[in-house]
Design a protein around this ligand. Structure first.
Ligand code: DGY
Length: 319
């Protein structure tokens, strides 16, 4: 039987499935496995099921038998693809299964920022609701406005569907290539990044983190946005220059932001974003529903078993 190490928490039924096919060792403690221990564990392993660990030269040097690494995520920015290719390691991820769940969160963040839901929840719970609210507490509309989606992949498309048909929004998008389906089904209009930033009432960043998208949105891009714009990041923290985001929010260059992903995760307790009323923060929960995370873990496990048995895993990272 192939030997597999599992560093991510997975449901019992997924573990059982893995144990039926492989010899499984699991990280049982709370929190992330320390790096040196992970390297130690991988010395005799053929496969790794993980989330977030850097798969790089250092790790692959000490794991001579490793054949496949399966992440319980659609994003695989922790994979050093070139190094993995050099070592002949198969990289696997979990697309599709989380698209609806992530899109739901994005729409939730848009609404929450626009209608100040988190801020006004705190206001009510603090006992400050003594009279009917005045315009200092009014929000802004989402319906019939323009949303610009940066990164029109599978999740971008589902967001487009929700906002087009649920909120009658006008959809713009910027992507490395045209997405005809999004254009035909959701009337999404392809445009340059500059056009998207200047015309959108809501700017949603959904692009994967790559060398090209690192700090894609920074000072210059925030300046191009409307001062009434809502900015949402549910991709990866590093796609945004966080200092520029903080400055844009503090200087009133944009209306507010909904942030699922941060430069450092877990976010530092003194990060200025946490002090701003016009920012809604959540702890990288794009795909974090019970059902979706269970399904993702199963997809990751099946991917790994298939790869280790020389079969055709459905979701190989292709680059
Ligand atoms: C992913 O799958 O990459 C998500 O960011 C995890 O929530």
């Amino acid at each position: 039987m192939k030997k597999v190490f599992v560093s991510e928490r997975i449901p019992r039924f997924v573990e059982e499935y893995l144990r039926n096919h492989c010899d499984v060792e699991r990280w049982e403690e709370k929190g992330e496995i320390p790096r040196d221990l992970l390297l130690e564990k991988l010395k005799d392993k053929d496969g790794l099921l993980m989330f977030g660990e850097s798969i790089d030269e250092e790790l692959l040097q000490v794991a001579p038998k490793l054949q496949a690494v399966s992440t319980v995520s659609v994003g695989y920015d922790s994979f050093d693809i070139e190094v993995m290719r050099k070592h002949g390691i198969i990289g696997l991820h979990t697309p599709y299964v989380l698209d609806d769940t992530v899109a739901d969160l994005v729409v939730g963040l848009m609404l929450s920022v626009a209608r100040r839901i988190a801020e006004l929840d705190a206001y009510v719970k603090a006992g400050k609701w003594n009279k009917a609210v005045g315009k200092d507490l009014f929000g802004i509309d989402m319906h019939h406005k323009t949303v610009g989606i940066i990164g029109m992949g599978r999740i971008g498309e589902v967001i487009a569907k929700r906002v087009k048909y649920g909120f009658d929004m006008n959809v713009l998008y910027y992507n490395r290539s045209r997405n005809k389906e999004a254009e035909e089904k959701y009337g999404a209009a392809y445009c340059s990044l500059e056009e998207l930033l200047t015309q959108s009432d809501y700017v949603v960043l959904m692009t994967p983190l790559t060398d090209e998208t690192y700090h894609l949105i920074g000072t210059e891009q925030f300046r191009l946005m409307k001062d009434s714009a809502v900015f949402i990041n549910a991709s990866r923290g590093q796609t945004v220059d966080e200092a520029a985001l903080i400055a844009a929010l503090q200087n009133g260059e944009i209306y507010g932001a909904g942030i699922d992903t941060f430069t450092q995760e877990p976010v530092e307790k003194d990060n200025p974003l946490l002090q701003l009323k016009n920012v809604v923060t959540v702890p990288h929960i794009g795909s974090a529903t019970l059902q979706t995370r269970q399904e993702m873990a199963m997809v990751a496990a099946k991917n790994l078993v298939e790869a280790l048995s020389g079969g055709n895993p459905p979701y190989i990272v292709k680059e």
